[in-house]
Design a protein around this ligand. Structure first.
Ligand SMILES: Cc1cc2nc3c(=O)[nH]c(=O)nc-3n(C[C@H](O)[C@H](O)[C@H](O)COP(=O)(O)OP(=O)(O)OC[C@H]3O[C@@H](n4cnc5c(N)ncnc54)[C@H](O)[C@@H]3O)c2cc1C
Length: 392
């Protein structure tokens, strides 16, 4: 059994045939083409770039977007793609999430017709890579405080500022950059090679090592007038994109949990101690496995229901917060319990568990930390925002 087949409640029955086929093709790609490369990439701290054209061929990038060369799949099919990618490695899913749900979505939803025609077909095919620059060195959970500025300059715009922790940053052909113009947040497209735009990669990450994370610097960076995203102003621009990406993360995190659970189950059944008995025969080991499969099953149901709500257009951002928060927590706990179950083998790269354990720390933190999603849910149920209580 592979990680993708972890299905305690026969939830497969809830999926349409085409959704199952999509999942099967991505699962096969991950097992045959991605996993053989991942440990090496993780060790060398690099993204397996050779996989990008294949991900394009599979229709992974912006798979739930319609038109402009995108696959136009259901949101559940898109979620299943994210689940399968992250069962392989969170870095793989991060690359696809940022490409499709952040960079492509920003252009698809808020871009001009020319921007859509220019970028979306290339990005869907994996011939162009995108990144999404929101976070800054001093503004993470509170992006509204951003210091990156744009100003009008004759026929265009001039950007100044720094973005930090940007996935795909150094390999991107186009950066979607959020900056304040006359005090109002606006989105801009900055192409690789633009004068005044530089990137450097954050090295030394102990998590998401098979993913490119970069700093973007804009020093009097001039871009043409047509590179502004015309259709949105304010924080709702980036937040609308984050809702899409967080939706995919909710599914992806369960993929990570399925992988660590499966590794723990396989190990528990084969590892023998105490007069040749498999460790799976011990109640304490079974308790861990029972906890993992129970929480994974609940997380799968949460993702599936969220996907159907998204397809029916009843999904709200606070619904996404619950799934992102819960499923990342479940994945983090599962990785920890799986590592314990593997004993010393839980810390070596012969098994995928420690890599998932390290990766999930980033996933737990990015796209709104666990705390921030707690506050989103808290606000939804009480009507009272508690993000920034008075210090008086
Ligand atoms: C590998 C990686 C890739 C990333 N990729 C991208 C990307 O592509 N694009 C992008 O724009 N960003 C990206 N990020 C940035 C990520 O979204 C931020 O790290 C995240 O939003 C948290 O911000 P911060 O790290 O500045 O933490 P901070 O905001 O400084 O938070 C630190 C701690 O304080 C807590 N905290 C903050 N505010 C509150 C509050 N009001 N109430 C309670 N607790 C609070 C947080 O929960 C956290 O525990 C990435 C990050 C990582 C690690």
């Amino acid at each position: 059994m592979t990680a993708g087949e972890v299905d305690y409640y026969a939830l497969d029955e809830l999926l349409a045939e085409d959704e199952r086929l999509t999942r099967a093709s991505v699962r096969s790609f991950v097992e045959r083409e991605a996993l053989p490369l991942i440990e090496g990439c993780h060790a060398r701290e690099e993204f397996p770039r050779a996989l990008i054209p294949r991900l394009g061929e599979l229709g992974v990038f912006g798979a739930n977007l319609k038109g402009y060369g995108c696959a136009g799949l259901s949101n559940v099919a898109y979620g299943l793609i994210m689940q399968e990618l992250e069962a392989g490695d969170s870095g793989l899913r991060s690359m696809a999430s940022v490409q499709g749900s952040l960079a492509m979505y920003a252009i698809w939803r808020w871009g001009s017709e020319e921007q859509k025609r220019r970028w979306l077909p290339e990005m869907a095919a994996g011939r162009a890579i995108g990144c999404f620059g929101l976070t800054e060195p001093d503004h993470g959970s509170d992006p509204g405080g951003m210091e990156t500025r744009a100003r009008r300059d004759g026929a265009g715009w001039v950007l100044s500022g720094t973005k930090r922790w940007i996935t795909n940053g150094s390999i991107a052909d186009v950066a979607v950059v959020w900056a304040k113009l006359d005090g109002v947040i606006r989105g801009f497209l900055v192409e690789k090679g633009t004068k005044g735009f530089s990137t450097f990669e954050h090295k030394g990450k102990m998590s998401l090592r098979a993913s490119v994370t970069s700093q973007l610097a804009f020093e009097d960076c001039r871009i043409p007038a047509e590179n502004i995203l015309p259709a949105v102003e304010g924080l709702r621009g980036p937040l609308s994109c984050l809702t899409q990406a967080r939706y995919g993360i909710a599914w992806g995190a369960i993929g990570s949990a399925m992988a660590t659970y499966q590794a723990a189950l396989d190990y528990a059944k084969s590892r023998k101690q105490w007069k040749d008995r498999p460790i799976a025969a011990h109640q304490l080991v079974q308790e861990r496995l029972a906890w993992m499969i129970s929480e994974i099953t609940k997380g799968q149901l949460l993702s599936w229901k969220l996907g159907r709500m998204k397809d029916e257009k009843t999904m709200k951002p606070h619904h996404v917060s619950m799934a992102k928060r819960n499923n990342c927590w479940v994945a983090r706990e599962c990785a920890k319990l799986a590592r314990e179950t593997l004993g010393a083998n839980g810390v070596v790269n012969e098994y995928p568990v420690f890599r998932h354990l390290a990766n999930i720390e980033s996933v737990y933190t990015y796209e709104g930390t666990h705390d921030i999603h707690t506050l989103v849910i808290g606000e939804a149920v009480t009507g009272v925002p508690a993000y920034n209580p008075s210090m008086d």
